[in-house]
Design a protein around this ligand. Sequence first.
Ligand SMILES: C[S@@+](CC[C@H](N)C(=O)[O-])C[C@H]1O[C@@H](n2cnc3c(N)ncnc32)[C@H](O)[C@@H]1O
Length: 277
Amino acid sequence: MKTLAPIPPSDREVEEIIRLVNTGLGFKYNISKKHLIISRLNRRLIQLKLGNYREYLEYLHAHPQEQDTLFELITTNITSFFREPKQFEYLQTRLLPELKENKKTGTKLRCWSAGCSSGEEPYSIAISCLETLGPGWDVKVLASDINTIRLKMGTEGKYHTEQLKTVPPAWLRKYFLPLKEEKEFYRVTPGLRQKIFFRQMNLLDDSSLPPFIRFSFIFCRNVFIYLNDQAKEELLAIFYRRLNPGGHLFLGHSESINTAVDNRWLLLGNSIYQKKD
Ligand SMILES: C[S@@+](CC[C@H](N)C(=O)[O-])C[C@H]1O[C@@H](n2cnc3c(N)ncnc32)[C@H](O)[C@@H]1O
C-alpha cells in the first residue's frame, strides 16, 4: 500500500519549526525555506505515522529529544576530503612549517574542526599534520558537529572510492585500507583514526570542552553561511578565546569576518584569518 504524504504545513507551522531551528542552532532561516523544511521533514512524519505538521509540532513538544533529529534533518552536511584546496595548501606549506619551526608550543599540536560533518575535513587536517610535521609530534584534532549520524560516519572512518577521489593516491595508499568484505570501500588506518576526537556539540556552547584547552588553528567552514549575526558574533568570541596567540581561523570560501567592525582578526587571504593579540 502506498504511504500517504503528510498534509503540507501552513506558514505558521513552518514558522514554528523555523523558530526552534533558529533558536537552537543560531540559524537565520525564514519562510523562504518552506520547501526545504517540507522536503527534509516529510519522511520523518511518515516514519512517525503523523498525518500533518500540527501533530509533528505537538510531538516535538512532548518529546524534547526529537529536536536533535529535527536539527539533523535540517542541517546541510555536504563535505569532501581536502575541500577548498588553497586552504590546505596554506596549511601544508605555510602554517604547519611555521609551527614546526617555532617550537613555542613544543611538539604538541591541538586543532579543531568545528562543524566536521562526516569526518572528511578532520581526516584531511590530520593527514596534513602528519605529512608536514613528521614523526615525534603529538597531534590531536577535535572534530565536533551537532549531527550524531554524521559523527558516527566519521567515527567509523569508512568511505566509498567516490568520496576518496580528492585524496592524493600516495596518501590513499598510506592512510586508507581497502575493505575485503565491501568492494569499493576503504577505512582510515587506526593510526590516523586515533588522532581524531569526535564529539557531539552545539557550536554555540563550548562549555563541554575543557576550560583551558586552546588550539593552534580552527577550521569552521561552510557553517557561518547559515548563522544569524548574533550567532556569528558569539561563535567568533568562542573561537577568539579558544585560539592560541596568533592562532588561525579558516572559514568557508564564501564566508568572511567584517574586519572593519571586528578588528581582532587579520585577513591573510582565502578566508583565512589570524587572531590579533
Ligand atoms: C556544510 S557542512 C560543512 C562540513 C565541513 N566543515 C566542510 O566545510 O566540508 C556544515 C556542518 O555544520 C554542522 N552545524 C551547523 N550548525 C551547527 C551548530 N550550531 N552546531 C554544531 N554543528 C553545526 C552541520 O551539522 C554540518 O555537518
